[in-house]
Design a binder for this molecule. Sequence first.
Ligand code: C5P
Length: 232
Amino acid sequence: MGKDVIIACDFASGEETLAFLEHFTGRRPYVKIGMELFYAAGPDIVRRLKDRGHPVFLDLKLHDIPNTVKKAMAVLSRLDADMVNLHAAGTRAMMTAALEGLTRPDATRPLLVAVTQLTSTSEAQMREEILIDRPLEDVVAAYARNARVAGLDGVVCSPLEAGRIHEVCGADFLTVTPGVRFADAAKDDQTRITTPAGAKALGSDYIVVGRPITQAADPVAAYERCLAEFTD
Ligand code: C5P
């Protein structure tokens, strides 16, 4: 399980996404569909990518009352995504309900991972606006533990947090990590970053890579480089 590169397909339309993936002749990389693409292209984009053989991480970060999340997850599981996510802040009750909703009649289900604190949230914002007066890394670890207790498969986190999360939640608890850049490339708006090789050394199970692949002059070569650094 795990050790794969997931391409963040942050495109504004299904057509743009499919045109981008045409570059990958014969390869079927794991892809992430986020809110922008899902809201623009609708659920059909998940079916189209699955029909073409791509594993799909549906990154919609659900957060609502348990019953609503359970029902929404039941709809998403019928799209046959391979991984979906939610906010751990929704509580263990919400996460348990999500798992129930996701589980198909044949007992299979997509992997379910939780966002702990968004990496865009600073410790100061957490303290002053969300009124959580604890060190950020402790909050991340506690939320990850809640996700583990609720039966989830892992969390989305910074690669720099992957080691602590594995210590707290076990080696088999998945860490799905964005914030990956090549050593010789632009950081864009990411801050706490590492390279694909660094993420491997830190214990990430999946790396989520967007612009270093989607904006590359040769996206297939950039993808191959990520795979080689991360999995070899
Ligand atoms: O282009 P880039 O490699 O920065 O893309 C990373 C992807 O991971 C984006 O889709 C971004 O929304 C997502 N992400 C992130 N940090 C998080 C959660 C998700 O960068 N904490």
